[in-house]
Design a protein around this ligand. Structure first.
Ligand SMILES: [Zn+2]
Ligand SMILES: [Zn+2]
Length: 264
């Protein structure tokens, strides 16, 4: 009934207990998950999850925070995106949170990496999984400049303002909410979630990070994504099952998993 649209099951703290996680997902009615790639070095492990289980899929991309990793070319991304069960390009975007003494001008390498991902999304027709932190104006500017209205996707783990949400919706993107929505301090974000139309919302865990209340601070897993649905349901005044049904249908529209059925 629920889909986790963004998790990192290849990370060691989760991959070591995959059987338990899958059992917990089944018990919580979480029937599918999109496993997100953050480095080319990690891609084979992410892809193995997607080809090994008929309810996991994969993305391909290099996270903006990752330095000292293999830099992807458009060709690299296009080639890997053609592998079975790869539904999306990302996660990609801009993250100026940890500048470590650098200026925003110094972060041109991130903007160039982001452009490479957008070009790969245009070439493959696959949606972008966008990560943006302390960089929303540049993220939108690069998307407008490079995307030319031809790419869609999702702003994942949304924590930005109402204005950024409106801009993302105007560009045709979906907005994905994580466990942060359940945090006591997230009042402004709850107003954003109340505003974003349900037919443009996705839900995610970003496991192993950001476990929702009542598990805040613990290791997150896709089995907790219903807590995000529950929070949205309260904001919208509808049943959590309805949030599950609509966000699952949004997931299908955006990522088209039925086009990539084959597992090994
Ligand atoms: Zn992210
Ligand atoms: Zn992530």
């Amino acid at each position: 009934m629920y889909v986790d649209s963004h998790c990192h099951l290849s990370f060691p703290e989760l991959s070591a207990k995959l059987d338990q996680i899958r059992a917990d997902m089944a018990a919580a009615d979480v029937d599918r998950a999109l496993c997100i790639c953050t480095t080319l070095e990690e891609f084979d492990a992410v892809h193995a999850l997607a080809t090994g289980y008929d309810n996991f899929w994969a993305s391909v991309g290099v996270h903006p925070d990752n330095e000292d990793v293999r830099e992807p070319s458009v060709d690299d991304l296009v080639t890997l995106a053609a592998r079975p069960r790869v539904l999306a390009i990302g996660e990609t975007g801009l993250d100026y949170y940890r500048l470590n003494g650098r200026s925003i001008a110094d972060m041109e390498w991130q903007r160039e990496r982001f452009r490479v991902h957008i070009r790969a999304a245009r070439a493959t027709g696959k949606p972008l999984v966008i990560h943006t932190r302390s960089a929303s104006a540049d993220t939108l500017a690069v998307l407008r400049d490079e995307g030319r209205g031809e790419v869609g996707g999702v702003f994942h783990c949304f924590t930005e303002t109402m204005d950024v949400a409106k801009a993302a919706l105007d560009l045709g993107f979906y907005v994905s909410f994580s466990g942060i929505l359940t945090f006591k301090t997230a009042g402004d974000l709850r107003e954003v979630a109340r505003y974003v139309p349900l037919d443009r919302c996705l839900i995610e865990t970003d496991s192993p990070y950001l476990a929702p209340v009542p598990y805040r601070g613990k290791t997150n897993t896709p089995a907790y994504v219903p807590y995000v649905a529950q929070q949205i349901a309260e904001l919208k005044g509808i049943a959590p099952e309805e949030v599950g049904r609509i966000t699952s249908s949004n997931f299908e529209k955006l990522f088209q998993p039925e086009r990539n059925p084959e597992t090994t």
